[in-house]
Ligand binder design. Structure first.
Ligand code: TRP
Ligand code: SF4
Length: 335
């Protein structure tokens, strides 16, 4: 039996370089390694903090799917599916809600961090936090286990959610008998990509991201305003590339030969920042070119994208139907 990989993405925006280098490269590698790979477009989870904006979530289901296909995910190797269409996830969430305490959810570090970021939505002290938002880790445990997921490729920010899932699994197995597998995180050797402003994280809410779909004018504008070595004032001042975001992105998208050249010329003071940025813009455009070509193709063929999602969802359905049957038997609700 092939091992099951399950991971998810919230459809709240397009993919940026942080997603690409931090997660997607890992997906591209794993899709060639013979797993039974499920990739969930987590629209129900996106609604927990965007319930007042359903249009945004719906639009981004298609946006993110097109992005994923355009970076090279192969729908013959990965089942890309829509969370809301698998009713067993909602069903299992209800069953699991008995196995987790409210105080445990309130102590979940990921939930806590997100709550402080969403003061506008849930009120200053979180007093208007919804049942659905507090419970989304329970739903995420259902996401994983309804597919019998063993391996979960996620970033470290998701570890508390995975731990919560493992606790639910242990509790379930201890009450209803050995039924579920404890999922493991797949550690990737990929990098967390810093933002244009030098922030440790590239993120939509931080406003420091380069999106894969950004057009050339947008990329030019963003790179022109990227953080460089503040101590370099004149064009021929020697500088330190290690503190410069322009050099940092050269290292992500340029050739080894050019990277070495940028580094030594910067240190010697024989390179101006404007020229250096222009070269990065050209390298970035080259890097994104194959993505953009494919992306155009999917934009022109929306029916194909819908078919891919329908097919992926049908495969996910088969797996979920089998697993929920097993779970209901264990819980003695298999009437
Ligand atoms: N919580 C994840 C995120 O915000 C998305 C997600 C939903 C997920 N369901 C999942 C990740 C299941 C791993 C497994 O990025
Ligand atoms: Fe950064 Fe290039 Fe300027 Fe050096 S020359 S500080 S690497 S932009």
């Amino acid at each position: 039996m092939k091992k099951v990989i399950l991971t998810g993405l919230r459809p709240t925006g397009n993919l940026h370089l942080g997603h690409y280098f931090g997660a997607c490269q890992n997906y591209l590698k794993m899709q060639t390694e013979g797993y039974d790979f499920y990739l969930e477009i987590a629209d129900v989870q996106a609604l927990t903090d965007n319930f007042n904006n359903p249009e945004k979530v719906r639009k981004n289901v298609y946006e993110i799917t097109k992005d994923l296909l355009s970076i090279g995910l192969d729908p013959d190797k990965v089942h890309i599916f829509i969370q809301s269409q698998i009713k067993e996830i909602a069903e299992l969430t209800v069953f699991y809600s008995n196995l987790v305490t409210i105080s445990r959810l309130q102590r979940n570090p990921t939930v806590k961090t997100e709550l402080t970021q969403k003061k506008d939505l849930f009120g200053n002290k979180g007093e208007s936090i919804t049942y659905g938002f507090l419970g989304y880790p329970v739903s995420q445990a259902a996401d994983i286990t309804v597919f019998d997921g063993e391996l979960v490729p996620v970033g470290d920010d998701q570890l508390p959610l995975l731990e919560q899932c493992r606790e639910i699994v242990r509790k379930f197995n201890s009450i209803y008998g050995d039924t579920l597998k404890e999922p493991q995180q797949v550690l990737s050797n990929t990098t967390r990509v810093k933002g244009l402003d030098g922030n440790e994280k590239m993120g939509k809410s931080l406003g420091n991201a380069i999106y894969l779909i950004d057009d050339e004018a947008t990329i030019t504008k963003k790179i022109m305003s990227a953080l460089t070595d503040k101590n370099k004032i004149k064009k021929d001042d020697p500088a330190n590339p290690e503190v410069c975001m322009v050099y940092y992105y050269h290292k992500l998208v340029n050739s080894q030969e050019n990277i070495t050249k940028v580094c030594s010329e910067c240190q010697k003071g024989s390179r101006g920042c404007v020229q250096c940025k222009k070269e990065l813009i050209a390298a970035m455009n080259d890097f994104l070119h194959p993505f953009k070509e494919k992306r155009k193709y999917y934009d022109e063929n929306p029916d194909l994208v819908k078919t891919i999602l329908t097919t992926g969802t049908a495969s996910a359905q088969i797996k979920a139907t089998k697993q929920i049957k097993k779970i209901k038997q264990a819980m003695k609700i298999d009437y």
